[in-house]
Design a protein. Structure first.
Length: 150
């Protein structure tokens, strides 16, 4: 699937659409993604800030997708775990960025080269409009070279 098609698909996918989550950029080479979430009456929590589940949801699939697409069909790539730390209340439009650089990708390939699973924690901070961190998210991805590719 082309990144532009997936980006548009995400933006009309009901869990993102109805949560105010919008994928603003997905690089043609799968090395970068940017996601925003706008404040809506239906995505506020009891105290009027962004609902924590939506903050986590806006970051959920991107590390796995970027790694899967950049590594190619020779690898199994899955989400394995996730963590979120709420740093300060989130209001207004918030955003997160994901960059999977060539050095990190090479390290993942090297770590998985023997066919054993490789677990990698990938960080993504969520920022408010003033570029202040409102949440720190870590996703752990599972990577393994497929048996017939060794």
């Amino acid at each position: 699937m082309r990144p532009s098609l997936l980006r548009h698909g995400f933006n009309f996918w009901p869990p993102f659409l109805f949560s105010g989550i919008h994928v603003t950029e997905l690089a043609d080479d799968w090395s970068y993604a940017r996601v925003e979430m706008r404040m809506r009456p239906w995505n506020r929590n009891y105290v009027g800030t962004h609902f924590g589940g939506n903050l986590f949801a806006m970051t959920d699939p991107f590390w796995m997708i970027l790694a899967k697409e950049r590594l190619g069909r020779d690898y199994y790539v899955w989400d394995r775990a996730g963590e979120i730390e709420f740093v300060k209340p989130g209001k207004g439009t918030v955003h997160a960025e994901f960059r999977l650089d060539d050095l990190t990708l090479a390290d993942i390939r090297e770590s998985a080269a023997g066919g054993d699973k490789h677990l990698r924690w990938m960080p993504a901070d969520v920022f408010n409009a003033r570029n202040e961190v409102i949440a720190r998210v870590r996703k752990q991805i599972y990577v393994r070279l497929k048996p017939d590719r060794r």
